[in-house]
Design a protein around this ligand. Structure first.
Ligand SMILES: *[C@@H]1O[C@H](CO)[C@@H](O)[C@H](O)[C@H]1NC(C)=O
Ligand SMILES: *[C@@H]1O[C@H](CO)[C@@H](O)[C@H](O)[C@H]1NC(C)=O
Ligand SMILES: *[C@@H]1O[C@H](CO)[C@@H](O)[C@H](O)[C@H]1NC(C)=O
Ligand SMILES: *[C@@H]1O[C@H](CO)[C@@H](O)[C@H](O)[C@H]1NC(C)=O
Ligand SMILES: *[C@@H]1O[C@H](CO)[C@@H](O)[C@H](O)[C@H]1NC(C)=O
Ligand SMILES: *[C@@H]1O[C@H](CO)[C@@H](O)[C@H](O)[C@H]1NC(C)=O
Length: 508
């Protein structure tokens, strides 16, 4: 899940202010550009690890109850100047309405839970058994079962509370939690950290799935959300580009940072192969820590990986998210078969201009009617940093720049239509899908058609696009589960790159 929505478009930021007191370890601040060349020689076979666990999918949110869905439909996100709970807008729609999360088993001391695997945040927390559930809009206490948590953690002797510290996080969809912080032995994918800082939220504005009890945050330490004192109202997140003298966030070592860099328990690499689980069997794919899963098992077509450096936000000085630049998006006319051969793929990518203008019926109401964004696949688009995307396993849909999603929506047959009241592009559930590829590190990764049309309502008669307008998120582009379900993504923190391999079509 996206933590705090940061407008990427704000670049007017004096470099001098960048004396942010909080630093990721020097190891993580290595020059990323050099790595992209090195990465070409990467041999995946040396990295297969047995520390691979199967993920589960949460029960489909839509099956929860129609009441839950309606409730969800009243809150969320996101105008361009959003911050914390202020981003809630009655009438806008809950992002996860049509999505399920990816879940892994994690142990805190001797208690084992299912938690959401999230590359878009950094805190690992487990809900306290004595918690207050509050309404996400009104902030008023409501019955605990309305937070839909799975089993809750009962603090035992193993939990060492850190005095004078508190946890306070707001996710991009408006959910928020606060509570004590402390250390616990934590075990994930067979790797045990004897003392890991975690949080035990005891106040939660949460829309759970009835199964999970917390989140496993796999992003960088700079995103962690601990603060001094015990009054969360005094917490001030150190926002890149924000007023750093007024912030008091206390960065701590996130779980994988502890495993990889502090205690060096394993190679600094993890991998995700998310499953779309068409058959609804609960299979969520695989998570490997310290290496990658067996390529055959996850259906990797060929061991050729594309790689791209992990980047920092333009106005920032340290890694927070898995932020990457893509070479471009490839959109083919509806009905075009997805090209199989990689040389053809590259050619298609080069022919982007012709392919899209042949189909897109752009009207004068296009957000940027005279933009030149389809001039070539690798050119910069009109807005700043529009080619930067956050890889976020905690976000169901993907979010693309406004002008691109506008054109893409028009390529569906019949075209998808933007609905201002929800902020989503809606589409006929049976529409013909224009193939969509994401070109990264010179290689095109195609979506499966079914990922691009998502069921929206309980009855399955209304659908939205699997990719939506990032303008709704303040311009933050996200490659979410819509994209990640099609690849093996290898987060190589040692080299500072993310590597991708395409996967064979699979169904469960
Ligand atoms: C969490 O921190 C924010 C500031 O970042 C603050 O406005 C908010 O009140 C805090 N949450 C709670 C529940 O106190
Ligand atoms: C790309 O464009 C070139 C030049 O117009 C053409 O020869 C080639 O066939 C096109 N490739 C594809 C895959 O359409
Ligand atoms: C697009 O089409 C025009 C003419 O139809 C051709 O001259 C041009 O080379 C094509 N561009 C690409 C990138 O293939
Ligand atoms: C594109 O625009 C033309 C002219 O306005 C119109 O006749 C045609 O139906 C449109 N096509 C689509 C797919 O919207
Ligand atoms: C687009 O066209 C309008 C009107 O001609 C012009 O004012 C504007 O500067 C143009 N924008 C770009 C990005 O070229
Ligand atoms: C492509 O973009 C460049 C730079 O903005 C511009 O000079 C050129 O005219 C554009 N070409 C086309 C075909 O739009």
């Amino acid at each position: 899940m996206l933590v705090e929505i940061i407008p990427l478009l704000i670049l007017s930021f004096a470099a001098a202010v960048l004396s942010n007191p909080i630093k990721s370890s020097p190891r993580q601040l290595r020059d990323t550009v050099a790595h992209s060349r090195q990465a070409q020689a990467w041999n995946p076979y040396g990295y297969t690890t047995s520390r691979t666990i199967s993920l589960r999918r949460s029960p489909h949110d839509l099956q929860h109850s129609s009441r839950a869905l309606r409730k969800r439909a009243t809150h969320l996100t996101a105008s361009s100047d959003v911050e914390g709970p202020g981003l809630l807008q009655a009438g806008s729609t809950f992002l996860r309405a049509t999505g399920a999360s990816f879940l892994a088993e994690i142990s805190f001391g001797s208690q084992t839970f299912l938690s959401v695997v999230d590359t878009g945040s950094s805190d690992t927390w487990i809900v306290h058994n004595d918690f207050t559930c509050v309404d996400i809009i009104t902030n008023q206490a409501i019955p605990r079962d309305r937070c839909y948590f799975g089993p809750q953690y009962q603090p035992g002797d193993e939990f060492r509370q850190i005095p004078d510290a508190n946890f306070n996080i707001t996710y991009g969809d408006g959910e928020y939690l606060t509570g004590p912080v402390g250390t616990l032995p934590v075990t994930l994918a067979d790797i045990r950290v004897s003392s890991q800082q975690v949080s035990l939220p005891n106040l939660a504005a949460w829309q759970g799935d009835g199964v999970t009890s917390g989140i496993i945050g796999l992003a960088y330490p700079a995103l962690t959300a601990a603060y001094p004192g015990t009054n969360p109202h005094l917490d001030r997140y150190c926002r890149p580009g924000g007023q750093l003298q007024n912030c008091n966030q206390i960065v701590y070592s996130s779980l994988i940072n502890t495993m990889f860099f502090e205690q060096k328990l394993t190679a600094p690499i993890f991998a995700l192969a998310l499953s779309r689980d068409e058959s609804n069997s609960g299979n969520g794919g695989y998570l490997s820590i310290g290496g990658i899963p067996d390529l055959n098992t996850v259906g990797v077509k060929s061991p050729e990986f594309a790689s791209t450096p992990i980047r920092i936000l333009p106005q920032d000085d340290q890694f927070r998210y898995y932020l990457i630049n893509i070479d471009g998006l490839v959109m083919l006319p509806a009905g075009t078969p997805i090209p199989e051969d990689s040389r053809w793929q590259a050619q298609y990518a080069e022919n982007l201009t012709n392919m899209t203008t042949a189909e897109g019926n752009i009207t004068s109401s296009t957000p940027a009617a005279n933009d030149t964004s389809f001039n070539s696949t690798s050119r910069a688009f009109p807005t700043s940093e529009p080619t930067s995307y956050i890889l976020d396993s905690g976000t169901t849909l993907s979010f693309l720049p406004s002008n691109l999603i506008y054109r893409y929506a028009n390529m569906f047959r019949p075209p998808a239509r933007f609905d201002p009241s929800t902020g989503f592009y809606f589409v006929d559930c049976q529409a013909q899908v224009p193939p969509l590829g994401v070109k990264i590190g010179g290689k095109v990764f195609w979506h499966k058609s079914m990922d691009l049309i998502k069921q929206y309502d309980y009855a399955g008669t209304t659908c939205i696009l699997g990719v939506q307008d990032s303008g709704r998120l303040g311009g933050v582009n996200i490659l979410g589960d819509t994209f990640l379900g099609n690849v093996l993504a290898v987060f190589d923190l040692g080299e500072g790159v993310v590597r991708f391999a395409g996967r064979r079509e699979y169904s469960s």
